[in-house]
Design a protein around this ligand. Structure first.
Ligand SMILES: Nc1ncnc2c1ncn2[C@@H]1O[C@H](COP(=O)(O)OP(=O)(O)OP(=O)(O)O)[C@@H](O)[C@H]1O
Length: 225
């Protein structure tokens, strides 16, 4: 489906991130003299059919969102038998997880971040894409401190879904909406729930729903406390 990676085109540098599925490297393009990020996903660790579907969807969705403000820009995708490599802009300003780890933000900073995050979510929803894993780790900042919503590895097109309703347990315990946990069909508003959780964390420094284990966190989300 995609081109295979020519090693003389991109120089892989240090690892800058690690997620459940992807390892992210800083890389350098000799032809453009610019740094990029390369998310490398090993295909054989995705045993689940949902995970494989998400791997296929991620570059397609990023391509659809190309040029939209506050969304991570994708430039190229390379694929070989074992790996998919997604080349995106490099966000060297860190992520929101690091910023909230140091305690609450000022109301002004939290408001600015929320406005940009909700605008990015709105761009996705306008095009029929639900992100489904909005969390501070997926809110990145570039070198000019522009917010970039990243990691569309759990995203789904809801316009093509039956009555625009999606299903499937995806997301991250603290941020997931109760309708997802209840195993019901749900719509794109699950992203707004997660943005609300992020706002709470930015202002208070702690998550609104939390338990010592994922199960306890799910119970807290379902109780609403
Ligand atoms: N373009 C980028 N520029 C800088 N750092 C990045 C970039 N993309 C990802 N990262 C870093 O790498 C980490 C993992 O990336 P990403 O969330 O896309 O991987 P994943 O395997 O899909 O993660 P998850 O476990 O959330 O599903 C991010 O949290 C971030 O710190």
């Amino acid at each position: 489906m995609f081109e295979s990676l020519k090693t003389d085109e991109l120089q892989m540098n240090d690892q800058i991130g690690q997620g459940r599925f992807g390892t992210v490297y800083r890389c350098f393009s000799k032809s453009t003299d610019q740094f990029f990020a390369c998310k490398t996903i090993q295909k054989n660790i995705l045993i689940d059919s949902t995970d494989r579907e998400c791997l296929d969807n991620e570059p397609k969705i990023l391509q659809l969102l190309t040029g939209k403000p506050n969304i991570l820009q994708m430039y190229k995708v390379y694929e070989d038998e074992s790996y998919v490599h997604i080349i995106t802009e490099l966000c060297s300003g860190g992520d929101l997880y690091e910023r909230v780890s140091n305690g609450p933000l000022s109301e002004k900073s939290a408001a600015l971040i929320l406005i940009r995050l909700v605008s990015a979510i709105g761009q996705c929803h306008k095009l029929g894409v639900a992100h489904r894993d909005i969390k501070p780790d997926n809110v990145l900042f570039d070198s000019q401190d522009n917010l970039k919503l990243a990691d569309f590895g759990s995203a789904e097109w809801f316009l093509g879904c039956d009555g625009k309703m999606m299903e499937g347990l995806v997301g991250t315990p603290c941020y997931v909406a109760p309708e997802v946990l209840l195993g019901r069909k749900y719509n794109e508003k699950v992203d707004i729930w997660s943005a609300g959780v992020i706002l709470y964390i930015m202002l208070s420094g702690v998550p609104p729903f939390y338990g010592d284990t994922p199960t306890e966190t799910f119970e807290a989300v379902l109780r609403g406390i």
